[in-house]
Ligand binder design. Structure first.
Ligand code: URA
Length: 242
């Protein structure tokens, strides 16, 4: 994972072990290309997904990947785990190297998980101020009633973190099922919120992150790259939040 940006002269100097002062000469001689164009500015910012070539030697060439995965219950959102398969174990690492998870789900939660190699993107998506809502389908042990709706909307005080949860939207679907929309992701947040009513969660499934809906064709354990429209819509939401 890399979200680091560097000046072009510093980048080349590190890669080729040549003095930064000599890089101006390379630029003047048009021996450096960034994304297919001759580079002239030593201070040009280079990010992880810019292609950089010096004298026909490719110094960096990496495509960004944005993957939606249908996480099954029993698979852990972690890079490694001694006891369970991880979401990264489900993905072909040779096709999609260097992925990390953009927003975790609990072991026994299923549904939409995003993975990427673009650290700047996942930071924008996951930071608390992003306010991008996540929608969950919840099945409860006991019946729901309108008290739940108001308690979720008001927010609940969690003494362990000393915070009150952001207003959350709860829509009762049947006696024991609901849709919940959260803009934050505190530890076991939904289970703890229903725990206030001594109503255990039987199953929890995330089916949307902002405008992005888990593709119905994906069975648990399957994944695919986001298409251009999905990515563009999510990017609008990430930008709006900044
Ligand atoms: N809330 C939970 O309790 N678990 C999740 O995985 C996500 C939200």
């Amino acid at each position: 994972m890399s979200s680091k940006y560097s000046r072009l002269d510093r980048f080349i100097s590190k890669k080729l072990l040549i003095k930064r002062g000599n890089i101006r000469l390379l630029l003047a001689q048009q021996r450096v290309q960034v994304d297919g164009l001759n580079a002239a500015d030593a201070a040009q910012r280079i990010g992880p997904f810019n292609q950089v070539i010096v004298d026909n030697i490719v110094l960096q060439e990496q495509l960004p990947f944005y993957i939606m995965l249908h996480k099954p219950v029993g698979v852990v959102c972690a890079t490694t785990d001694p006891h369970h398969r991880t979401v990264l174990d489900l993905i072909d690492n040779s096709a999609y190297p260097n992925l990390h998870i953009a927003g975790r789900l609990d072991l026994n939660t299923s549904g939409l998980v995003l993975l990427t190699n673009d650290g700047k993107w996942s930071k924008g998506l996951c930071e608390p101020k992003s306010n991008i809502d996540k929608t969950y389908q919840v099945e409860l042990e006991h019946n729901l009633n309108s008290d739940y709706v108001s308690a979720f909307a008001e927010g609940m005080y969690f003494s362990y973190e000393d915070l009150t949860t952001e207003p959350a939207h709860l829509e009762i679907m049947t006696d024991t099922t609901a849709l919940v929309k959260l803009t934050q992701g505190r530890y076991h947040q939904i289970k703890r919120m229903f725990g206030r009513f001594r109503n255990p969660v039987k199953s929890l499934h995330r089916f949307a992150i902002g405008s992005l809906i888990l593709c119905e064709d994906l069975k648990p354990g399957e994944y695919r790259p986001l298409n251009d429209t999905e990515l563009a819509q999510l990017n609008v939401q990430i930008k709006q939040a900044r």
